[in-house]
Design a protein around this ligand. Structure first.
Ligand code: COA
Length: 438
């Protein structure tokens, strides 16, 4: 059948589309910017029709109304990455979290470890050949479309067309709902003196010709600010944000020295402002690939001079890195942190390095300062990156190398980059713990 005929027959309203969700179903959304908010709103409006529908997603940038306590009999969140809209329901007990490396999510979906009855996604309008683009987040989307019992697509004419493994034929989609709304934007991070100093320390470890992976938040963007004197950088990163656009336009990121996919930025999802989405639109310099490719440590390892830059909540004296929980509270998820740290460590050219960059301290709501370097991890916190994997920790006070270091030397290096207010007490803890002089 002609694709236009298929599209026409499957076109419906959001209200009609969400009627295919049944009580007890597992419903997954596409990730981050690709969350189909018109469909999600319609699903929440139809909440009374459902009992015990499980909701799965990675980062959600939407309102997350389904996670409110008033809907606890209708929807049960089981998130693969906690966020502002879902932390509450986890803490209240009617939501849950499943730990998973990002690169393994497509495989979990394929194997049925993550069963999806209904997958909801945002796509571009079909092209002349009947293909829609999922390019703002093709991470696990392609596998979810393949494996879900039913696929509902919100066809938004503001979705950019981004090249790569990001096109799905209309015949693979069961229902289409048209919309025209701007994509969610991630506000530009606040970059202060602390972040800029951290960025400068990170830049000391980044050689010309390096390939970068950048995590989320102010620190990766600050690192990009510190790279204005570098040459021939490349990008192989789970995500990119607006900072990369500046470096590309300045000719600093040109992907010319990459060992793998030379000439192209390889990315699994985009998260930034409209400027980034416009930049990505029909841009042959960017290639979207699924996350089981982009984040697979074996693929990461094939990049040249790979430098991964991520952040964390806290690190203990042994170099155990806590990135996704604060005590027993699930705060985010592992995302691609360990995928890239392991990939860097396995790098074929032996030049991969993995940086965890963070301010040395953070402030509680009441203004009290807390050291992010501590003798022990908080009770109930999960170790995201093990002490065997941790490589460099960077704060605004310097660089602490951990690989190849003894337990005592790790602790010494970390205390030397801790916030000065805490160094004396950390040294005392060191002496108690190791029964040795600092
Ligand atoms: N103890 C208690 N609270 C802490 C803390 C600590 N040691 N460290 C941070 N916090 C609090 C902060 O005070 C802040 O609280 P607020 O929201 O009330 O202001 C909150 O945690 C977030 O801290 P912040 O430093 O602003 O976080 P961020 O936006 O820079 O993100 C991570 C840092 C670690 C949460 C984030 O990088 C993450 O989720 N990483 C794991 C996944 C990952 O690395 N993926 C890589 C590819 S995307």
């Amino acid at each position: 059948m002609d694709w236009k005929q298929i599209y026409k027959e499957r076109l419906c309203t959001a209200e009609e589309a969400v009627k295919c969700i049944k009580s007890g179903d597992k419903v997954a959304f596409a990730h981050a910017v690709a969350e189909p908010t018109v469909l999600v709103d319609a699903m929440v409006a139809n909440a009374k029709a459902y009992k015990n529908v499980e909701i799965n997603h990675m980062v959600s940038l939407g309102k997350g109304e389904y996670s409110k306590v008033e809907y606890k009999d209708n929807f049960r969140v089981n998130s693969w990455f906690a966020g502002a809209s879902t932390r509450g329901c986890m803490a209240q007990g009617h939501g849950d979290f499943t730990p998973v490396f990002f690169h393994e999510i497509p495989g979990y979906i394929r194997k049925g470890l993550f069963k999806i009855n209904v997958f909801m996604v945002t796509v571009s309008p079909p092209d002349d050949h009947g293909f829609c683009c999922v390019g703002v987040a093709c991470d696990y989307t392609m596998q979810a479309i393949e494996s879900a019992d039913i696929v509902i697509a919100e066809v938004d004419d503001q979705v950019p067309v981004v090249y790569g493994d990001a096109f799905v034929h209309v015949s693979k989609i069961d229902k289409f709902v048209e919309s025209s709304r701007p994509l969610p934007e991630l506000g530009l991070p606040n970059i202060g003196e602390t972040e800029l100093t951290i960025g400068r320390y990170c830049a000391e470890l980044i050689e010309d010709g390096a390939t970068l992976q950048l995590g989320i938040g102010a620190i990766p963007d600050a690192v990009l600010h510190a790279l204005k004197d570098k040459k021939d950088l490349g990008i192989h990163s789970e995500m990119i944000s607006d900072g990369v656009v500046d470096l590309y336009e300045a000719g600093i990121v040109n992907n010319s020295q990459k060992g793998l996919n030379r000439g192209k930025m390889i990315v699994a999802f985009l998260m930034g402002t409209k400027r980034l989405y416009d930049f990505a639109d029909h841009n042959p310099a960017i290639e979207m690939r699924t996350v089981d490719y982009v984040n697979h440590p074996v693929i990461v390892a094939q990049n040249t001079k790979l430098v991964s830059i991520n952040s964390c909540i806290s690190v203990d004296f042994m170099g155990q890195i806590v990135s996704d929980s604060i005590g027993i509270k699930q705060f985010s998820g592992v995302g691609g942190q360990v995928d890239f740290i392991r990939g860097a460590s396995m790098s074929l050219d032996g030049k991969g390095i993995a940086i965890i960059a963070m301010p040395a301290a953070t402030k509680k709501k009441d203004g009290t300062l807390i050291s992010k370097i501590s003798p022990y991890i908080d009770q109930g916190a999960a170790v995201t990156t093990s002490r065997n994997d941790s490589d460099y920790i960077i704060t605004e006070y310097g660089i602490a190398p951990l690989k190849g270091k003894t337990l005592k030397d790790r602790a010494r290096n970390l205390i030397n980059v801790a916030h000065p207010n805490f160094r004396d007490e950390l040294k005392e803890e060191f002496e108690k713990r190791f029964n040795a002089k600092f």
